[in-house]
Design a protein around this ligand. Structure first.
Ligand code: SF4
Length: 401
């Protein structure tokens, strides 16, 4: 059902309370909802209600377009000076000899880049642990050499967690550091490291790394340079609804100021092999409600992304009816962050045809984008070679014509 028809159905429901109706009116009249209304939606918005509103907004902003890109990741190391309680991926420096620990040399990282020579990837996504020897000069060289080798490849690299650390170590200001990485070839920032901004939660799950103010400030400076970035929220652990809305509110406020965020990516807490393994994971219904409420609250964000290696392919497909219009990329089994945390996707790889089929199957238009949401190719009517192959039946001639 189209978003507008879903809203009509909602309003015909005689049992719908005044508070719910007020939110529907605001959404249809392009007014933003308040902090209290956001919390109200988490407390009292059932899946069909928030889903209808989110789908209406999604279709108004992006129609049926559903974006993906062709990308690969480099995770330079999983050794980390920090010890975030939810992290299944990192190893402390003293665990460097663990079988699961790695730290690539510069040459090994170039080998990964060179592996994609001649392949139609548009983006390399670089993010990993924080390790003292991977300092500012190290990363400037890495970025510069990738650009020298393949100038058209978009580098989306490192989060404020890493930048805060390496700029401090190099004794450069945030402003100077951001200019240096831009000049070395970084095209945009991924959204990681945001976790939950509110100090009541952040101090319990990620006490040592950059705080909310620093995370937001680094993105703000990046936006002031005319550059774009993404934002995330790690949800479904010890936070309350108000902490989620506080997080969304801080993102919405910065976006009002700079307009530099492209997409918001809710990240589901996974509980395998970390210090919060006793906490149950959120259900798929809660994941979908979270996508939908994020879509409703962040009225100034163009895109909401569900990250399929984290949530699984089926949930990613479902999310496209709950406000999401982007399901990320081909990945090519180059990230371990969520497989080590217990995701169903232990070797996340999708080829273009599989991504296109996933999107078509739920009635949306598959659009390959680059990192900055320029359209690379509209796959809506594309017929793949495999589609033309024999499917077990013959077309018979019609007799009597
Ligand atoms: S979440 Fe990032 S900063 Fe925290 S321990 Fe893991 S790799 Fe390190």
């Amino acid at each position: 059902m189209r978003g507008i028809e879903q809203l009509d159905q909602l309003l015909k429901d005689k049992t719908l309370g005044e508070a719910h109706r007020q939110i529907v009116r605001k959404v249809t009249e392009n007014q933003r909802i308040t902090f209290d209304e956001g919390v109200f939606l988490f407390e009292h918005g059932d899946l069909s209600f928030v889903g209808a509103l989110a789908n209406y907004i999604r279709e108004k902003k992006n129609g049926d377009n559903t974006y993906f890109n062709r990308n690969f990741h480099i995770e330079p190391t999983n050794l980390c000076v920090y010890d975030c309680k939810f992290c299944s991926y990192s190893r402390l420096i003293k665990q460097r000899s663990d079988a699961d620990a790695w730290a690539y040399s510069m040459e090994e990282m170039f080998d990964i880049v060179r592996n994609y020579d001649g392949q139609p990837v548009t983006e390399v996504h670089i993010v990993g642990g924080v390790l003292p020897q991977y300092d500012l000069p190290f990363y400037l060289e890495l970025f510069g050499q990738i650009k020298a080798h393949r100038p058209e490849l978009h580098i989306k690299a490192l989060t404020p967690v890493e930048y805060h650390y390496i700029f401090k170590k190099a004794k450069v200001s945030y402003e100077e550091g951001m200019r240096l990485i831009r000049d070395a070839g970084v095209g945009s920032l991924p959204g990681g490291g945001a976790e939950i901004f509110h100090p009541e939660i952040r101090e319990q799950i990620a006490a040592d790394k950059c705080n909310a103010e620093q995370w937001l400030r680094l993105h703000e400076i990046w936006h002031e340079l005319g550059m774009r970035s993404n934002a995330t929220m790690l949800y479904g652990h010890i936070e309350q609804w108000r902490h989620r809305i506080d997080h969304l509110e801080q993102l919405r406020s910065l976006q009002d100021k700079t307009g530099g965020f492209q997409t918001f990516i809710p990240l589901k807490f996974r509980n395998k092999d970390n210090q919060m393994s006793h906490i149950p994971e959120s259900t798929t219904v809660e994941d979908l409600r979270n996508y939908a409420i994020s879509r409703i609250y962040l009225d100034n964000f163009d895109h909401i992304k569900s990250y399929w290696p984290m949530i699984g392919r089926t949930a990613a497909q479902l999310s496209l009816a709950f406000g999401v219009d982007d399901i990320d990329g081909t990945i090519d089994d180059t990230t371990k962050i969520y497989s080590m945390a217990g995701s169903e996707e232990q070797h996340p790889t999708l080829n273009t045809q599989q991504l296109v089929e996933m999107i078509r199957r739920v009635g949306r238009r598959p659009i390959e984008r680059d990192t900055l949401y320029n359209v690379v190719q509209d796959f809506t009517d594309t017929v793949f070679e495999e589609d033309k192959q024999w499917r077990g039946y013959f077309e018979l001639p019609v007799v009597g014509q």
